[in-house]
Design a protein around this ligand. Structure first.
Ligand SMILES: NC(=O)c1ccc[n+]([C@@H]2O[C@H](COP(=O)([O-])OP(=O)(O)OC[C@H]3O[C@@H](n4cnc5c(N)ncnc54)[C@H](OP(=O)(O)O)[C@@H]3O)[C@@H](O)[C@H]2O)c1
Length: 350
């Protein structure tokens, strides 16, 4: 839905939270977007505010409610701990602000209805930051599927994790921590976007928490799609060697690719446009007889905020509307039920 009143001047937005996502992703991406203004950063910790000033020479706020009360601010970007997203998004919409919220938008699928109702009532827009819909490997897979070279898609496997120990809110399930809510949210979203039919069931195995933590240490999800296809997602903190980031099995050919999109690292080093994938990570396509290398399509994270700008200013479509994340949010909720009960769970999309 377009916003009811397109913004006629450059939209001014504030990044809320200046941790990993706020500092390394949102603030630099917004600054790279012509036609969007980063009005400043809000974070409660004085050290983080000082870092924001040193990085960006921008205005800072220590109190979210003050940002919402400022009539010169058009929108907020929630780069805050996941469990805070819903209350902060509802408050922003009630204050007449547009909202970009980082993934996952919420933990409980029931919150999607509250958010959708608030968005409708406000005449403002809520956009979910699924930046990985602009990853090079994902765009490469989309291109292969559009060209039909794999034939009928039967299995899509995705893996992404990293050995390590979560800290602070990332170490608690109630806080939205753990890799399923984190990297899993990206992969499940990509999987649901790629598959031609919706997922109907999920079976999940999640391994025991790490000591002193209550988040899964390793997780496997197996999804059944309406057309009979299968999706497999693996993530966690244990594996020291990665499985392929993408592996697709079709009736005519198979595609496999390792490695991670280089844009996050390039953004962190201040040179997004210098992001180049190591050619050793180009994928392989094989029909069983021949095997060929598939150069990766360049990723384009700039596309997210460019589309947000166009949505706010010209009424172009919302690039990642709430409706498009209902299924992934339902998959994650069903996966946790499955892991607890040891059952295959239906995916109930409201
Ligand atoms: N899309 C992606 O690629 C990507 C990558 C990384 C993270 N994420 C997502 O981004 C979100 C944040 O993750 P993160 O790793 O950046 O977390 P983080 O490093 O812990 O940073 C969270 C930030 O939020 C601030 N904050 C918390 N409550 C606040 C409030 N009420 N008002 C203002 N600031 C508040 C914290 O600072 P104070 O406590 O000082 O206020 C901190 O600056 C999560 O949902 C995560 O899933 C997405």
């Amino acid at each position: 839905m377009p916003p009811t009143e397109p913004i006629v001047r450059t939209p001014r937005c504030v990044v809320i939270g200046y941790g990993q996502a706020g500092r390394s992703i949102h603030a630099p991406l917004i600054r790279l977007t012509a036609g969007l203004e980063l009005a400043g950063v809000c974070t409660r910790d004085p050290g983080r505010r000082a870092t924001a000033v040193a990085d960006l020479a921008c205005h800072t706020w220590d109190d979210y409610t003050t940002v919402l009360a400022d009539p010169t601010i058009d929108g907020v970007v929630l780069a805050t701990p996941t469990a805070d997203h819903v209350s902060q998004a509802l408050a922003a919409l009630a204050a007449g602000k547009h909202v970009v919220v980082d993934k996952p938008v919420c933990l409980d699928p029931a919150d999607l209805d509250r958010l959708a109702a608030a968005e409708r009532a406000s005449g403002r827009s809520l956009v979910v930051f699924h930046n990985r819909r602009w990853d090079g490997d994902y765009l490469t897979v989309r291109r292969l599927l559009a060209a039909g070279v794999l034939g009928q898609l039967r299995v899509v496997e995705m893996g992404w994790g990293a050995r390590g120990r979560p800290r602070s809110w990332r170490a608690t399930r109630a806080g939205g921590g753990g890799r399923v809510y984190d990297l899993g949210a990206h992969m499940i979203d990509q999987l649901c976007q790629l598959m031609p039919s919706p997922p109907l069931t999920v079976y999940a195995r999640m391994h025991a928490p790490l000591p002193d933590q209550d988040v899964e240490s390793h997780a496997h999800l197996v999804l059944g799609f309406r057309d009979g296809a299968t999706g497999v997602i693996e993530t966690g903190y244990l594996a020291a060697l990665p499985r392929p980031r993408f592996r697709l099995i079709g009736s005519d050919a198979c595609f496999e690719k390792h490695g991670l999109d280089p844009q996050e690292e390039a953004l962190r080093s201040g040179n997004l446009d210098g992001a180049r994938e190591n050619e050793a990570h180009y994928g392989w396509l094989s029909d069983g007889t021949t095997r060929s290398r598939v150069p990766t399509v360049p990723g384009y994270w700039r596309g997210f905020y460019e589309a947000v700008r166009d949505h706010l200013v010209t009424g172009a479509p919302n690039p990642v509307p709430l409706a498009s994340v209902r299924t992934p949010v339902a998959v994650i909720a069903a996966a946790f039920r499955s892991a607890e009960r040891g059952t295959v769970e239906p995916i109930l999309v409201a």
